[in-house]
Design a protein around this ligand. Structure first.
Ligand SMILES: C[S@@+](CC[C@H](N)C(=O)[O-])C[C@H]1O[C@@H](n2cnc3c(N)ncnc32)[C@H](O)[C@@H]1O
Length: 284
């Protein structure tokens, strides 16, 4: 079967199952042939070997069942870096890059007067946030926590892949980091993209492949935010700033939680490109 014949046979099969059937086939064929996308259009008459055809069919079958391309390829680009991904971690989303931008701007602003700050990412998943920060901020100490051992393993691999030095802790939110914090008596910058979907949203969503622990924020979606502010209070942490990704309708509640524990901090909402509330920044 030639490349051209693959497109005409498999495109109609994927049309009703994917929002980007053409792109998906391009990506799967490129992976099968280990060639860039341009190759497909330069050599449409190129015949696939039996082995290549069988590999393409396997990849295609996974995609046609709805598995995200990133899991099929085992990687995802985020903040111009490459991250390994698997079913144990959330696939990094482009909208999370807003959070990374905000932290970098904050740290680099001359008004912050920060010298080697400690930055801790909670619920690091693939490590995409903290690794992107470590790649772009030269003088800082980087930490990350995560509840899932399997996600933590992948985050460590991604740190190695992207050649950055991060101290990883396993455990509940800030808990595993609390003694380190006291020892350093530092004012950390906290970043987090916590699970924030309501259990009901999750039940009705198409996100069937990604881990529940990465998405489910409990009945009102805010379970982890309450717990995070409780921990900040309990461990007497005075963060330099907190950057949180949030759901479109969660800013007001999160502001209330923040004001209770950190009454003198300023609270800013950051919108995404569609105009929805996407992140909050809480700073002195
Ligand atoms: C929405 S995902 C975000 C992953 C990654 N930071 C990103 O932006 O792609 C939330 C992550 O928090 C982790 N998590 C859930 N509950 C946690 C807890 N109590 N303590 C630490 N991490 C937790 C999940 O395993 C998951 O990796």
């Amino acid at each position: 079967m030639t490349i051209k014949q693959i497109f005409s046979k498999y495109f109609p099969k994927l049309k009703s199952k994917s929002l980007s059937p053409l792109l998906d086939i391009e990506i799967l064929l490129s992976r099968t042939l280990n060639k860039p996308k341009e190759y497909l259009y330069e050599y449409p008459e190129k015949k696939l070997s039996t082995k290549q055809l069988s590999l393409f069919k396997k990849l295609f079958s996974r995609r046609s069942k709805g598995e995200p391309i990133a899991y099929i390829l085992g990687s995802k680009e985020f903040y111009d870096l490459n991250f390994k991904v698997n079913k144990n971690v959330l696939i990094p989303r482009p909208e999370t890059e807003i959070l990374v931008d905000e932290v970098i701007n904050f740290v680099k602003a001359p008004s912050s007067k920060l010298q080697a700050p400690s930055i801790v990412d909670i619920g690091t998943g693939s490590g995409c946030i903290i690794i992107s920060l470590a790649q772009n901020i030269k003088k800082a100490n980087f930490y990350a926590t995560e509840i899932s051992s399997k996600a933590l393993l992948l985050a460590k691999q991604n740190a190695k892949l992207n050649q950055v030095n991060i101290k990883f802790f396993k455990g509940n939110l800030l808990q595993p980091f609390s003694s380190e914090l006291r020892a350093r008596s530092s004012e950390p910058i906290i970043t987090a993209n916590l699970p924030y979907l309501t259990s009901r949203e999750l039940k009705n969503s198409i996100l069937k492949y990604e881990p529940r622990v990465a998405l489910d924020g409990g009945q009102d979606g805010l379970k982890y935010f309450y717990e995070l502010f409780d921990q900040i209070d309990k461990f007497k942490i005075k963060p330099r700033a907190i950057f949180l990704e949030i759901g479109w309708n969660q800013a007001t509640k999160i502001k209330q939680m923040a004001k209770k524990v950190l009454p003198n901090y300023r609270f800013e909402i950051k919108k995404d490109l569609c105009g929805f509330d996407r992140a909050v920044v809480i700073k002195k």
